[in-house]
Design a protein around this ligand. Sequence first.
Ligand code: B12
Length: 396
Amino acid sequence: MSAAIAFVRPRAPLNRYIRNVPLNYVHLAAWLRERGHEAVILDGVFDEITPAYIDRVIRERGIGVVGIGCITCELPQALAEAARLKRAHPGLRIVFGGAHPSGDPEECLQSGAVDYVVRGEGEIPLAQLLDALREGREPENVQGLWKMRDGAVLPGGAAEAPDVAGLPRPAYDLLDLERYYRLDSPWHFPKSRRAVQFITQRGCPYQCSYCHEIHTKRFRGMPAETVLDQMEWLVREHGAREFMIVDDIFNFDLERAKEICRGVCGFFMIGFPGETLEEVQATLAFAVAAPLDSIFISIVAPFKGTGLRADMVAGSFGEMSGEGLPALDRLFPVVHNPALPAGLLMRLRKRAYWRFYLRPRALTGLAARMTSFRNARKLARAVTRRVWEPRVASVN
Ligand code: B12
């Protein structure tokens, strides 16, 4: 049978208040995709995701499995949708997961509409379930997978938790993030319209009596560089401007949390073709005034494989030609813009660095990071490089 999976978020009254990126589905879909399984996400927060639409996708995409995650207040709608799907698509397998099913797998299975329940983190058991179905066999002894056998619940224990350092980038690309940016959720108060939910760790060792155990009682934080890489990707590829971190306990590993905070966001670029001096000055004024501990100002460079380079080679920006391009290996500014000769850009950048690093906030930030001689030397070198960068040849 087909093991292509559709994740469905049924429309629940809750969705009037909480209209967020379905993090559970983007995490699961990324994991499955890496293992050769096709996944789609059908999110009931959008009006067009009606039962008829879901039915059409199931038929047209040859979906064999529907996955539904829910918290307790979404359970009635989740079960009703599962029952409807079972009636409409005989042979379709339904698997439940998430906070409520993890807390009470029996209840979901006994409803008669659910074939499997994953208790805990879904990545490993769900992939094993889909592997088995794709090979035309029933899954056996999958840790964390509960199912019915001969009218009785066959328990599966708790899922094996994946190594968070090895989690792929969540499949935000399966969603139309532009539409999520436009959703107005009364629960969220981001500063930017382009804010996105994001998670940097799983599990929490504390024993708060009201809390769940879905993600084990072990703190598992993604390495800071992985978090920063994912954030940068979301900013670059998906236009995110703000992250709503919904971790259980972001700051459990304080060093990791600080490393993430230090690594965020102060990257600026100047020197685009067509950019005016006033625009460059506005960018630099913003960089200098922003409440950041560290900034990095790049001068635009047309690297191979970029649209910018293709446009330049095609002559879209006037006389710039191939000759300047080899200079890229030496990190020289090469974008030709008569209004912004390279020398001027370098001077403006140097001045902005001076202004930035002489602010009391930046100085205290730097001092706080000099926790060892090695660190102090590294930081001093980095700042010196920025404010006293060597003169470089200009190609325009
Ligand atoms: C962020 C968050 C919120 C945010 C945003 C909501 C959202 N859905 O993103 C806000 C702050 C708005 C919120 C609100 C509420 N929340 Co809340 N929230 C969370 C939190 C911290 C993270 C959810 C998340 O995105 N996790 C990241 C993803 C990757 O993990 P996941 O969803 O668990 O998915 C994994 C597994 O569960 C499983 N899985 C999930 N779905 C599926 C589906 C299938 C098919 C499979 C196989 C597996 C699977 O695999 C996934 C990957 O490993 C969780 C706690 C937590 N750490 O999970 C509580 C949590 C979900 N919230 C909870 C609650 C109770 C609420 C509120 C009801 C609180 C309240 N009293 O008002 C409200 C709901 C409001 C309302 N009107 O009803 C409870 C749910 C418990 C329950 N049984 O219902 C949780 C578990 C916290 C707790 N106390 O234990 N919440």
